[in-house]
Ligand binder design. Structure first.
Ligand code: SF4
Ligand code: SF4
Length: 141
């Protein structure tokens, strides 16, 4: 099983295409959408985790690119500066994957890097600027 986190940038002419459904039907891939900002008649942006057999994965990415989507892989290089974090919990309200969550009963804000999708939502949410995101994006060949 091959799995990768991808960002997709859609040109406005195809924002209504059932792209994710096609990845499943045509290429036998599974997906988990972590972020989607798609405005009708404007450009769209999506972060999704795509998984399946490697060959199908490559064919699926080729399909995305053939219809004009810019596809990039996302490295999950997110760090929390423990010295800056003062455990306020604000980031846990925006984290879509549960990578930042409150552990009870200690009421401690934990950061589970394995669950982080690199969506960056925690960065502006943190008043202490404790979340540091180093995107490692590579355009897939
Ligand atoms: S970047 Fe921040 S908000 Fe996004 S998944 Fe990772 S920890 Fe959660
Ligand atoms: S928002 Fe920032 S300071 Fe508050 S718990 Fe999250 S990382 Fe720590």
């Amino acid at each position: 099983m091959y799995k990768k986190m991808l960002s997709l940038r859609f040109p406005k002419r195809i924002v209504d295409e059932p792209v994710a459904v096609n990845l499943v039907k045509k290429f036998d891939l599974s997906f988990n959408i972590l972020k989607a900002v798609i405005y009708p008649r404007k450009e769209g942006f999506m972060v999704l985790e795509l998984s399946g057999h490697r060959k199908n994965f490559q064919r699926g990415v080729r399909y995305l690119k053939s219809i004009g989507i810019v596809v990039e892989s996302i490295g999950q290089d997110i760090k929390r500066d423990e010295k800056k974090c003062f455990q306020c919990g604000a980031c846990t309200a925006v984290c879509p994957t549960g990578a930042l969550r409150i552990r009870r009963p200690e009421m401690e804000v934990v950061f589970d890097k394995e669950r982080c999708s690199a969506c960056e939502w925690c960065v502006p949410a943190c008043p202490a600027r404790a979340m540091e995101v180093n995107f490692n994006k590579n355009i897939l060949d």
